[in-house]
Ligand binder design. Structure first.
Ligand SMILES: Cc1cc2nc3c(=O)[nH]c(=O)nc-3n(C[C@H](O)[C@H](O)[C@H](O)COP(=O)(O)OP(=O)(O)OC[C@H]3O[C@@H](n4cnc5c(N)ncnc54)[C@H](O)[C@@H]3O)c2cc1C
Length: 501
């Protein structure tokens, strides 16, 4: 065991751990960060290929002009962030692209429905799901609507992708179709990270008045580099590729011992940023003494969402309108298909709602012939049963079919030259994308208070918790991770000053 006793050991070199490390070292405390991966960033991970730097985890600074603290961090570190130029998005129905009137009508109805079911009052039963309201007989989703705003509570990857599909709106109900409306509503499952059937109606939009939303910007060079710069600007020591396997409080010595797969370390205080998905899978005696039964129940019952990204890179853009359409939303071809573990790749793509960002469109600097597709819970879970190579090949074929180019001799369609399919779900250091809004529960057990509970320090304040899952009003986001890092650093600083006298 190293003979040094650190003031603080931080577990995890993602956003929350990096912010806490920077703050504590600036206050003069000695800090060691222990990270299980061989890289910094956690769920900030950037695909780098030549000049292309595409974020496969977090990509947007949500609420860039609305106070997201990540903006200032980027600025202090000299990293530019770019607000995307708005570009139009196209919705593809089973028979091809929808007319702009039809698309606008569908989007408008979805916005109205989202607005109608945000913060519902009187409070519906906690077992009611967002799906039950959205797809109910009297839902505004199926009626003429004039609302045009999109719900900030669901603002994430899709609504901030280069072409924000919510931009074009009108009251026209031309060609209105219930199945298409349901298909479009499934795009909400991307930022939510879960199926609408699981999302609690009672808590729908609960964070919408506090979370950062409105304008979104992408940090130049990608999010991973930004976190790396942040850590490098701190005076913390860092150990990579060391997985913490035990945290033990030594009563008599007033220190906490941390065991990794390689070494042992001691500290006066600990900040764990271990993600919720990982906490769910830790061995029973990871914490010594054990966590309380109440905390264990909350860890087990709160939900970690599923969101994956599928990237296809080409030599040259071959898809329609590649230089001025920001995104393509593919509604299911056959919405009656029930997808199961036995579904093949074609059935999975045909039966899902998929949103594909066209990075060839000059919405952000450095456009490139890349299509980046967001996969929500159902397709993501099923696609991860196949190899990356097979998924890329099948999706390329699917795109040719949906763009109706199967029999085209006029357009030269190249094969993808590179590709990526994330697997945050099975990644042993995340086990999922991020926490989701509260899920339905039979007897009101689940609520946003769960995330507050996950933030409470234990062992007389010496073991604290940070990470997106510990911020009730900002969970699931970079902002949540950053705010939690500031919160814990401030608390631990006060405690260390008392301990040090
Ligand atoms: C696909 C995707 C898209 C997203 N898009 C956005 C977006 O556009 N905007 C946004 O604001 N947010 C987005 N998010 C969410 C955002 O990425 C996270 O909220 C944020 O990165 C979480 O930071 P964190 O510090 O809480 O956790 P992490 O970044 O996960 O850091 C925790 C660290 O702990 C390490 N660790 C785990 N177990 C151990 C162990 N036993 N020992 C040592 N180390 C361990 C992990 O390796 C990890 O590095 C997205 C997430 C995903 C997955």
């Amino acid at each position: 065991m190293s003979s040094k006793t650190y003031d603080t050991i931080i577990i995890g070199a993602g956003w929350s751990g990096s912010v806490a490390a920077k703050q504590l070292t600036e206050k003069g405390h000695s800090v060691l960060i222990i990270e299980a991966r061989d890289r910094i960033g956690g769920r900030a991970r950037t695909y780098v290929d030549g000049n292309d730097k595409i974020d496969l985890g977090c990509s947007w600074i949500h609420g860039y002009n609305e106070g997201n603290p990540a903006r200032n961090i980027a600025k202090e570190l000299g990293v530019n962030a770019h607000l995307p130029k708005p570009f139009e998005g196209i919705i593809y129905g089973p028979n091809g692209p929808l007319s702009s009137e039809q698309a606008a009508s569908l989007r408008s109805s979805l916005s109205s429905a989202q607005e109608a079911f945000k913060l519902p009052h009187p409070s519906p039963p906690s077992s009611a799901s967002l799906a039950s309201a959205l797809f109910g007989e009297s839902s505004p989703l199926f009626k003429s609507s004039s609302t045009s705003s999109s719900d900030p509570s669901t603002t994430d990857t899709t609504s901030t992708s280069p072409a924000n599909p919510s931009e074009a709106t009108s009251n026209s109900k031309a060609g209105y179709d219930k199945t298409l409306a349901e298909g479009l509503a499934r795009t909400l499952e991307i930022p939510l990270g879960l199926r609408l059937e699981k999302a609690s109606l009672k808590w729908a939009g609960w964070e919408s008045t506090t979370c950062f939303a409105g304008s979104d910007a992408a940090p130049e060079g990608g999010y991973q580099e930004l976190v790396k710069k942040l850590i490098e600007s701190s005076k913390a020591e860092i150990k990579l590729s060391q997985k913490v396997i035990e945290i033990k409080q030594l009563e008599n010595e007033n220190v906490i011992k941390i065991k990794t797969n390689q070494e042992e370390f001691k500290a006066k205080t600990i900040i764990s940023t271990i993600p919720l998905g990982v906490l769910k899978n830790l061995s029973k005696d990871f914490f010594k003494p054990n966590l309380s039964n109440k905390l264990i129940e909350i860890i087990n019952q709160t939900n970690v969402g599923i969101l994956e990204k599928l990237l296809l890179k080409y030599e040259k853009a071959w898809w329609p309108n590649s230089s001025f359409i920001g995104s393509y939303t593919f509604l299911p071809i056959n919405s009656n298909t029930i997808l199961t573990e036995n579904s093949n790749l074609e059935e999975i793509f045909n039966g899902s709602t998929l949103v594909t960002s066209n990075l060839n469109c000059p919405s952000l600097p450095n456009s490139s012939p890349i299509l980046l597709t967001y996969l929500s819970e159902t397709p993501a879970k099923l696609l991860l049963n196949f190899s990356k190579e097979k998924v890329i090949k099948a999706f390329h074929k699917f795109l040719i079919k949906r763009f109706n180019l199967s029999n085209s001799n006029e357009i030269e369609i190249s094969e993808p030259i590179n590709g990526e399919l994330t697997n945050w779900l099975k990644d042993e250091f995340s086990f999922g994308a991020t926490t989701t809004p509260s899920i339905i529960s039979e007897n009101d057990e689940r609520s946003p208070m769960d995330f507050k509970e996950l933030s409470k320090p234990i062992w007389k304040g010496k073991l604290g918790f940070a990470g997106e899952h510990t911020e009730m009003e900002h969970r699931g986001s970079v902002a949540g991770a950053v705010i939690s890092g500031f919160r814990e650093a401030e608390r631990v600083d006060r405690l260390l000053n008392l301990i040090k006298g």
